[in-house]
Write a protein that binds this ligand. Structure first.
Ligand code: ADP
Length: 352
C-alpha cells in the first residue's frame, strides 16, 4: 500500500506563499511549485523552519524526483541475502516501527553502509526497508551531486535532508556514496566538492544525535575509498555479496514463472546455476531476458511474421536457450574485485 504522509494538504488552494519563503520571489513560482510547498506545510499552514530558507525549485526537485512515493519492493522479491535481511530487520525496521522501544541503550545507529559488487540488490534492500518500515524513500546518486548539480550540490543536500525531516520516518538512500565521502584527495580537489562533503557530514550529524526517524543508507562498490569520518558515521556495514547458487536458481525461477515461461526441470536449472558462478543478480536478470528471446527468434526464423505471431507459436524456454545466452551475457564482476570486498569486510564489516 502507498504511504500516506501525515501532513495536511490545502487541496486546490495554492494561494499566497509569501510568508513561507521569506517574502522572496513568490509571484515567480508556478503552480506546481506552490502545490509542492503546500504539501510540506504543517497544520498551521506554515512551511517548517528547516525549509524556509531553501530555494523552492530545489524543494520541488527533491519532492518530485528524489522522493519515491512507492518503492514497490518487498523482502520476498530479493533472492538470498538472508544474513543482510536479518540484520537490517533488527537494526533498522524494528526501530523505525517502534521508536518508543528503541531508545537509550537500544537506540539504533542512523547510518548503514551496504557494500559489494554492482548489481547484487543493494538498491532493492534500500527500497524494501522503506516499504517494510512504512517510511518515505529518497534515492539520490552521489555522483549526480557532483556532475549534474555542479555548484548547487550543497543546497540540494540541504533541501534533501530538510524535506526528509518533514516526511519522517524517512530512508535516504545515497548510491555511490564513495564519490561523495571519498578519502582520495583528487588532484587539487575542488573547493566545491570539499564543501559538499562537509555539508553532507553536518546534515548527518544533525539527525544522528536527535530523535529524528531518519535513516541514511549509503551504497558503494568501492568501500575502500571511504575515509575514516565516513566509516564512523556509517556504523553498521553490511557486505552484500554475489548471489549463491540457490539464489541464482531462485532468480531464474522467479523471473520465468512471472511470465508463465517456466518449463525447465530442476536438473536443468541446476545446470544453469553451475554455469553461472560469479554472475551478479543483475547479470542473472539479463541472462534470463536474453534466453527468453530464444523461442521468439526461432519462430521468426521459421518465417512467422512478428505482427502475426501468436503466443502459441513459441516453444518454451529451454536449457539450450540459456546456453546460447551465456555466450552473450558475461559476468560483470571480476574475481580480483571480490578479494578486495572480502578483505574490507574482515577489517570494517559488521560480521555479526
Ligand atoms: P545494486 O544496487 O547492488 O547495484 P540493484 O539492487 O539495483 O543492485 O539490482 C539491480 C537489478 O538486479 C534488480 O533490479 C534486480 O532485477 C536484479 N537483482 C540484483 N540482486 C538481486 C537479488 N538479490 N534478488 C533478486 N534480484 C536481484
Amino acid at each position: 500500500g502507498g504511504f500516506i504522509p501525515p501532513i495536511k494538504s490545502n487541496g486546490g488552494n495554492v494561494g499566497n506563499v509569501t510568508s513561507r519563503i521569506g517574502g522572496k520571489c513568490e509571484d515567480a513560482l508556478d503552480d506546481s511549485t506552490k502545490r509542492c510547498l503546500d504539501m510540506l506545510c504543517g497544520p498551521d499552514g506554515e512551511l517548517p523552519e528547516k525549509l524556509r530558507n531553501l530555494e523552492p525549485r530545489l524543494i520541488e526537485h527533491v519532492s518530485n524526483e528524489i522522493m519515491d512515493r512507492d518503492p514497490n519492493v518487498r523482502w520476498d522479491d530479493i533472492a538470498g541475502l538472508d544474513h543482510a535481511k536479518k540484520c537490517v530487520t533488527e537494526m533498522v525496521i524494528w526501530p523505525l516501527l517502534r521508536p518508543d522501544i528503541f531508545k537509550g541503550c537500544r537506540s539504533p545507529g542512523k547510518g548503514l553502509l551496504l557494500f559489494g559488487p554492482p548489481g547484487t540488490g543493494k538498491t532493492m534492500i534500500g527500497k524494501a526497508i522503506a516499504g517494510e518500515a512504512k517510511a518515505t524513500f529518497f534515492y539520490i546518486s552521489a555522483s549526480s551531486l557532483t556532475s549534474k548539480w555542479i555548484g548547487e550540490g550543497e543546497k540540494l543536500v540541504r533541501a534533501l535532508f530538510g524535506v526528509a525531516c518533514c516526511r519522517q520516518p524517512a530512508v535516504i538512500f545515497v548510491d555511490e556514496i564513495d564519490s561523495l565521502l571519498s578519502q582520495r584527495k583528487s588532484e587539487g580537489e575542488h573547493e566545491s566538492s570539499r564543501r559538499l562533503k562537509t555539508q553532507f557530514l553536518i546534515e548527518m550529524e544533525g539527525f544522528d544525535s536527535g530523535s529524528e526517524q531518519i535513516l541514511l543508507i549509503g551504497a558503494t562498490n568501492r568501500p575502500q575509498e571511504l575515509d575514516e569520518a565516513a566509516r564512523r558515521r556509517l556504523t553498521k556495514r553490511l557486505y552484500i555479496p554475489l548471489p549463491s547458487s540457490e539464489a541464482r536458481a531462485w532468480i531464474i525461477r522467479n523471473l520465468l514463472d512471472k511470465d508463465g515461461l517456466l518449463k525447465l526441470s530442476k536438473e536443468e536449472i541446476e545446470t544453469i546455476c553451475n554455469l553461472t558462478e560469479g554472475y551478479s543478480g543483475s547479470d542473472m536478470k539479463n541472462l534470463v531476458k536474453d534466453a527468453s528471446m530464444g523461442p521468439l527468434r526461432e519462430a521468426l526464423r521459421q518465417g512467422i511474421e512478428i505482427t502475426k505471431l501468436e503466443k502459441e507459436d513459441m516453444r518454451p524456454v529451454t536449457l539450450q536457450d540459456f546456453e546460447n545466452a551465456l555466450q552473450e551475457v558475461r559476468p560483470s564482476v571480476s574475481l580480483n574485485e571480490l578479494g578486495t570486498y572480502d578483505e574490507w569486510n574482515k577489517q570494517f564489516g559488521s560480521l555479526s
